[in-house]
Design a protein around this ligand. Structure first.
Ligand code: CMC
Length: 429
């Protein structure tokens, strides 16, 4: 949609730039001709004022704490939908009819097994490797196993690659977990739904019957919905940038997974739980609040703050409710970590430092407690995030590839290095 124009005066030259309006949210100033007309670039490290693309998938209003997938509020999807329905919505733009949903579930379910040779590929990793290291490696390796779905110019191959990744990510994540604890891999069981199947692949052992707890399965499914997409965050932008060069989809998702691993992004759920464990008791909280406020101390309250949300992260609210449901179901009455989390949240939300900087709990603040109660070790938290975010990455990658105006992403820079100079032979330096 096109709106009015804006004008920029640079060195006495006036440049007219179109203002493009979105369906909701901030408009953008189209600066695509800025360099050719003024010889200057814009400078926006961290991209706080830059829209890198046009997208119809996910919308966030950070001031109001709103998150919409294809227009639907996250609260409604988490309450009424399931994860595969959310996957369909993100990929195709509309909620599925009953027959579309059944067909989609069937197609995803029929791709859950990984090539048997992948199991041998896993043997190359050290047993103590972090599951995210194993995920980055094994997702990238999929391009070596599934050559018949790496041609990005073929819509059928793109679709098959998308299905494969959504379907196989739980299998790979469960294998990464089983590998680190030295237990045999558990094959997928297609009579189970997506999330129950994942729980079984993680926690079943051949020696015993395993019965999926429906409350835990539903809670984890909701956690997957909450993590499914989040517009142009660091890992999604990584997937788009990698994909813009024409790289195959498995390589792009491996790149996104690598980016997600960082503690400022997907690694924060692991870091948040470690922080709660380090704080240990409610009495220690003031000391950690003081550390978080101290400019000379690198410590930050993990699970607090967000680049976009300057209000309560809507996902954190649903997550908090889910945490209570899971702890109730498991009969965990007094979890000291939960006590620390609730009190930490209460103190931080009434502290002027956090109020002024608009630092609210984000999704990662409560997710760690929930996943730990379900039996996942902290090292698996980010792998679970990657599993759930895969559909968002794929939907964004697919949108980009299908856009006829798509070009390779190539940011520019403000060069502050040495001007041109002559080479000095080593003996004269
Ligand atoms: N604890 C203490 N102070 C903080 C925190 C925090 N968690 N987060 C931001 N601040 C302060 C920061 O020191 C800065 O202060 P000043 O203006 O005086 O320099 C101000 O708030 C703005 O911070 P920023 O680093 O410029 O903000 P950003 O938008 O670049 O960073 C963030 C956003 C999420 C990386 C950051 O808030 C953070 O490091 N939070 C902890 C890690 C975390 O929970 N990450 C998960 C994000 S949600 C899941 C996901 O999307 O992956």
């Amino acid at each position: 949609m096109t709106g009015s124009n804006s004008q920029l005066n640079v060195d006495g030259k006036t440049l007219d730039m179109a203002i493009r309006k979105g369906s909701i949210g901030p408009s953008v100033i189209d600066i695509a001709k800025l360099y050719s007309q003024t010889g200057m670039f814009t400078y926006d490290p961290g991209f706080t004022s830059t829209a890198s693309c046009e997208s119809q998938i996910t919308y966030i209003d950070g001031d109001e704490g709103v998150l919409l997938y294809r227009g639907y509020p996250i609260e409604q999807l988490a309450e009424h939908g399931d994860f595969l329905e959310t996957c369909y919505l993100l990929l195709y733009g509309e909620l599925p009819t009953a027959s579309q949903k059944a067909d989609f579930d069937y197609r995803v379910t029929r791709h859950t097994m990984v090539h048997e040779q992948m199991a041998r590929f896993f043997q190359g990793f050290r047993r103590d490797a972090h599951p995210m290291a194993v995920m980055v490696g094994s997702i990238g390796a999929m391009s070596a196993f599934y050559h018949d779905s790496t041609d990005i110019s073929d819509p059928h191959q793109r679709m098959v690659a998308s299905m494969r990744m959504i379907a196989k990510m739980p299998t790979l994540a469960a294998m990464a977990y089983k590998y680190t604890i030295g237990q045999p891999f558990v094959y997928p069981l297609n009579s189970l739904d997506y999330t129950s199947n994942f729980l079984r692949m993680c926690f079943a052992v051949p020696a015993e019957e395993y019965k999926v707890n429906p409350v835990l399965s539903r809670a984890l499914d909701r956690i997957f919905i909450l993590h499914a997409d989040h517009e142009q965050n660091a890992s999604t932008s990584t997937v788009r940038l990698a994909g813009s060069s024409g790289a195959n989809p498995f390589a792009c998702i491996a790149a996104g997974t690598a980016c997600l691993w960082g503690p400022a992004h997907g690694g924060a759920n692991e870091a948040a739980l470690q922080m709660l464990q380090e704080i240990g008791t409610v009495e220690n909280i003031p000391k950690y609040i003081a550390k978080a406020k101290d400019k000379n101390d690198p410590f930050r309250l993990m699970g607090f703050g967000h680049r976009v949300y300057k209000n309560y992260d809507p996902r954190a609210k649903i997550m908090q409710k889910t945490t209570h449901e899971v702890l109730n179901e498991l009969g965990i009455k007094d979890d000291p970590l939960l006590d620390v989390a609730i009190e930490l949240e209460r103190i931080a939300l009434s502290d002027s430092y956090f109020i002024e900087k608009k630092l609210y709990p984000n999704i990662d603040f409560y997710s760690g407690i929930t996943l730990k109660a379900m039996g996942f070790p902290t090292s698996m938290f980010t792998a679970l995030f990657a599993l759930a975010r895969t559909v968002g990455w794929i939907a964004q990658w697919k949108e980009m590839i299908e856009d006829p105006s798509q070009r390779i992403g190539r940011p520019r820079q403000l060069y502050t290095g040495s001007p041109q100079r002559d080479y000095t032979p080593i003996g004269r330096r």
